[in-house]
Structures are given as C-alpha cells and as structure tokens.
Design a protein around this ligand. Structure first.
Ligand SMILES: Cc1ncc(COP(=O)(O)O)c(C=O)c1O
Length: 423
C-alpha cells in the first residue's frame, strides 16, 4: 500500500492513519474498503460521525440530487430553502415529539465550535465566568473546550493557562461509593467552599473519549436539580452521544431531563458533512445579531442529509430495528465479558455506544491490531487507552454485526491463547 505521501508530507500530528495503516477508497453502510480491495467492518465510524453508516442511500440520495440541481452549497447564515426545510423537519420530527421547544443556533461546523458557543452564551446569560466540568470529560480541541476537558494529554495544548473551570468528579469517580451529585450541590451552596458560583455545568451523558463512562438517569436528574436550585445553566454536550448513538435521538431522553443547552455535531448530518448546532431554551437566546459568527455555518448539503435522517425517527420500523440491534450487541458483549475475564474487566457504555474496559492498554492494542488484520476497525479510549470502543453504525445489518463480533471474539481469543503460551 502506498502511504509515502502521508509519511513524507503530512504532519506528525496524524493519528488515525497510523492506527489503520492502509489507504481507504470506498465505503457503504457498515463496511469500508481499502485500495487493495480488502473490506473492513467499521466500528470506528468516523469517531461517532457516521452513526447511520457510510453513504446510506436514504440519506445521501437527496444530497446527490441537491448537488446535481445547481442548488446553494454555502450560505453562512443567510436564509435558504434547504435550511428552512432542515429547521422545519427538525422541529416536527425531533423536537415536538419530545416536547422540546429549543431555539437553534448554527455555530461553526465542528463539535468544538458548538461547545465554545454554548459556554460563551452561558457566561453571557449569567454574567459569571466559572464553568463546572467533569473528570475525564472531552469537549474538543479549541481553548475553551480544552479548558473544560479532563485528559492531561490534551489539556496542556496551546501553552496558555486555562482559567475559570472548576473540576468535579463524574458519577462513579473515583468509585460509586462517592456521591458526586451531593458533593457538587454542597460545594456550590457552601460559602466556605472557596469556589465562585459557576455559569454552567457541562457534561456528556456517556464520556466516550474518557473511557465510555456512563451517567445514570438518577445522577443526571440530580445534576439537573442542582442546576435549577442554584440558577446554573445545564449544558449537555451530545456531540458524540447524540444523534441516535445511544438508541434515542438525544442521549439524555432516558433520564427525562431537559437541559438548558444541548450541543450536537458529528452524526447530526448523518453523512459525514460537517454540521453543528447549539439548542437553547428560548429565553436564553440573548445573542445580538452577528455577535457570534463563522464562515461555515451554512453547509446546505449537510442540511439536506440531516433532514433525511430526522425523518427516519418518525418511522416505527427504524426505531424497532435500532432497539433490536442494541439488544443483540449487548448480548454479544455480555458473552465476551463472561468468556474473557482475563482480558476484559467490565462492559461499559449505553445502547449502541458501548465499550469493553480491558485489563491493560497492551491488551487493547493487540486486540485492535488483530481485529484490523482480520477486517474490523475499532478504536481505544480512556485516559489509559484501555477501553475498546464498540460503535457499530446504528443501521448495521445482523450479518455484519455477527461477522464483526466473531472477529472481535477471535482477536480476544488470540490474546488468551498467547497469554497461556507465555505462562
Ligand atoms: C463529546 C465530544 N464533544 C466535543 C467533541 C469535539 O468535536 P469536534 O472534533 O468536531 O470539534 C468531541 C469529539 O470527539 C466529543 O466526543
């Protein structure tokens, strides 16, 4: 495989190309193909940006038609027919059925753009500068998002101080014996705690990059109560967990909470076209015209593909299929946890946003390499890179899921056999 151009000319910062050292050309559904014609099942899915698979015909078809029709591609925040359709379908198919009435802001196209806008809005709205953020959080690579992220490896980036962030323990950190919601409530209410009241609490309901740590419905409810009690804005970063990944459109639906601000990106366009939104409680929309901007806010191709995806959520069969895929995946993972206690410590995540916490980074590295050789893309996460991320497209077929799980199983089996041989 000719990877010379990348090695010679692309910056050392490249990462996934090293992780999957081949040259990809085509992809459809849950599969992706390289230049040599080898097919892989994709459990990496663009790090959560391709929940609906590659080139899903229901989603990409309208974009091909749109592109061929000489329609507007880029519109900043001007009005276009594609954007009107996006808004109308989002309101009708996603917000209204869930009893939500958010206003929609289109910031720049990536997840971190949405988080930066959300943090700026919460600070403006409350007039406070502090934000509360969690251990093992990941919110993006721009300075404001890095400041609220947890991992030491990326927080140092940029070489400037990160102010105005109060770090608090996520649910289960350092163990479930510690009641972090009660601690946060006490900390905010206690005049002797030494902290200023925060503008916002920002959190992921499943911390993907942080190791597939999950928040329970009860804990999320308590955090919402803390926010309401103290007049703090609750921001849910649903950039990786939202847009269907956990089995519902929003990852917080199961907890029956209503965040003040929600950030979506990654799989929002359902196609790989960059798009993000900030959803805000209508009374929080205190932006003045043009106060927050960005060139690539009007990706009309992304509006078209997102609209096609939103409509899927009104289809009962689609939802039943996602539920059944979730049950099958979870059963497979339970079986692997039982079968390989020497490799796997515990199952993590929720719904189709799953993970396997292994005993070491080395195990994950070897499983990753063998799986890749045998035709399955998986990635590691967590501060110690010892969690296998299991992110199938939510539209994966039963046969593809079975095939992928058999590759994962034989990669784990190989670790057990190798370990045995060296004992
Ligand atoms: C929860 C979460 N928030 C924000 C981001 C940043 O998104 P982007 O890489 O599009 O800026 C990510 C990316 O992985 C993420 O997982």
């Amino acid at each position: 495989m000719n990877t010379e151009a990348f090695a010679a000319h692309e910056s050392n910062v490249r990462r996934y190309g090293r992780s999957f050292p081949t040259v990809f050309t085509k992809a459809i559904g849950a599969t992706i193909q390289d230049e040599a014609g080898k097919t892989y099942i994709d459990f990496f899915v663009g790090s959560g940006a391709l929940n609906y698979g590659h080139n899903n015909p229901t989603i990409i078809g309208p974009a091909i038609e749109y592109l061929a029709g000489g329609n507007i591609i880029l519109s900043l925040d001007m009005y276009t027919a594609a954007k009107r359709e996006f808004i109308e379908v989002f309101v009708e198919s996603i917000l209204k059925p869930r009893g939500l009435s958010y206003k929609i802001q289109f910031p720049g196209p990536t997840g971190t753009n949405a988080n930066e806008a959300a943090l700026a809005l919460a600070r403006k709205y409350t007039g406070r500068s502090n934000v509360m953020a969690f251990t093992n959080a990941f919110h993006g690579m721009s300075l404001g998002s890095l400041a609220v992220s947890g991992a030491a490896s990326t927080r140092q980036l940029g070489g400037v101080a990160r102010h105005d962030v109060i770090r608090v323990p996520y649910e289960g950190y350092p163990s479930h014996a510690f009641d972090s919601a009660a601690y946060i409530d006490y900390l905010i209410g206690d005049p002797g705690s030494g902290i200023e009241k925060p503008a916002a609490i920002i959190l992921e309901t499943v911390q993907a990059e942080g190791g597939m740590n999950t928040a329970s419905a009860a804990w999320l409810g308590e955090i919402q109560s803390v926010c309401r009690k103290h007049g703090i804005v609750l921001i849910i970063d649903d950039i990786q967990a939202g847009a269907g990944r956990t089995g519902d459109f929003f990852s917080f639906e199961f907890a029956k909470i209503e965040p003040d601000i929600v950030c979506l990106s990654k799989s929002l366009s359902a196609s790989g076209f960059p798009l993000s939104v900030v959803l805000m409680r209508p009374d929080m929309d205190i932006w003045t015209p043009g106060e927050h901007s960005g060139t690539f806010r009007g990706n009309n191709l992304a509006f078209v593909t997102a609209g096609a995806m939103f409509k899927l959520w009104s289809d009962r069969q689609f939802k039943a299929d996602v539920e059944s895929t979730t049950a099958k995946l979870q059963a497979h993972l339970d079986r692997l946890v039982d079968k390989f206690p020497r490799c796997i410590e515990q199952k993590r995540g929720r719904g189709l946003m799953a993970g396997l916490k292994c005993h070491s980074q080395a195990v994950v590295g070897r499983v990753h390499d063998v799986a890749f050789q045998n035709g399955l893309l998986i990635e590691a996460s967590g501060p110690n890179r010892d969690v296998i991320k299991v992110l199938p497209p939510i539209t994966i077929t039963e046969d593809e899921l079975e095939h992928a799980m058999s590759i994962l199983e034989s990669a784990l089996q190989e670790q057990v056999s190798d370990d045995h041989a060296t004992i």
